[in-house]
Ligand binder design. Sequence first.
Ligand SMILES: NC(=O)c1ccc[n+]([C@@H]2O[C@H](COP(=O)([O-])OP(=O)(O)OC[C@H]3O[C@@H](n4cnc5c(N)ncnc54)[C@H](OP(=O)(O)O)[C@@H]3O)[C@@H](O)[C@H]2O)c1
Length: 265
Amino acid sequence: MNPYNIAILGGGNLGTAIAEGLLKSGFATPAQITVTRRNVERLALLKEAGVTVTSNNAQAIQQAEVIIVALKPYNVKEVLEELKSHFDARKQLVISVVTGVSLREFDAILPAGIPIFRAMPNTAIAIQESITCLCAQQATNAQVNYVTDLFNQLGVSISIDEKLMDAATVLGACGIAYALRFIRAATQGGIEIGFDAKTASLIAAQTVKGAAELLLKGNRHPEEEIDKVTTPKGCTIVGLNEMEHRGFSSSLIRGIGASYHKIGS
Ligand SMILES: NC(=O)c1ccc[n+]([C@@H]2O[C@H](COP(=O)([O-])OP(=O)(O)OC[C@H]3O[C@@H](n4cnc5c(N)ncnc54)[C@H](OP(=O)(O)O)[C@@H]3O)[C@@H](O)[C@H]2O)c1
């Protein structure tokens, strides 16, 4: 059982999804979680679930051992500057899910020696199916294990070098949009060949889920699975090759590259 109080600063999309995931997984009790935002009435559902909701960041920080920062990149430094005196390096650790703000930048604001983690989840965290990439500084093995365990309740977590955080943002967080556009396009194709939109969407989404599970649970290589369904002279290989002639893999790779260059610019 998680022994710590957890404060989530910035109860927006990601902050509330993390709180919901921690509750649903049983990792934390409602009494252990505090979520903050200025428009606190938007946190009514969490409040109903027994979570403490407040606009008082200072109090939330003082009462927690684990502080998850889920603010927007544009105001996070300003907000933390105002709050830095409320952190305690001896008993707290900080986890930032903020895109593009480095461990060094947090370290420059927060009290010396405080353990800081960066986490890059995606929106599937709301249903405990995120891939979350983690890196840390000034953290003990026990703290690393604790944070890994926390994000494992919300999907799967892996440890990466901080220099790969932008790449993790593109492949994991932006990746949700790429995958959904694939499903949407497949749905449109499905409608063209005869299904109503709802049925086509279900078939497309469940097919993608099944394909992913073949890799994740079956530990297979994608091409090995593709070979199984591409009968010589069959309809799958004809369609797949037509997609490739039209730039299927190439456009995905180019898109990932474009997102990566944008994030770094
Ligand atoms: N969404 C994703 O897929 C994703 C994935 C990975 C990482 N991230 C990162 O996660 C962070 C949050 O993203 P998001 O999509 O959850 O954004 P969001 O929905 O805009 O959430 C940010 C929240 O911060 C609150 N806030 C602003 N100023 C505050 C203050 N002074 N004190 C307390 N709360 C304050 C805002 O609510 P009020 O206006 O009511 O205060 C807002 O609800 C961003 O840095 C983003 O880059 C997002």
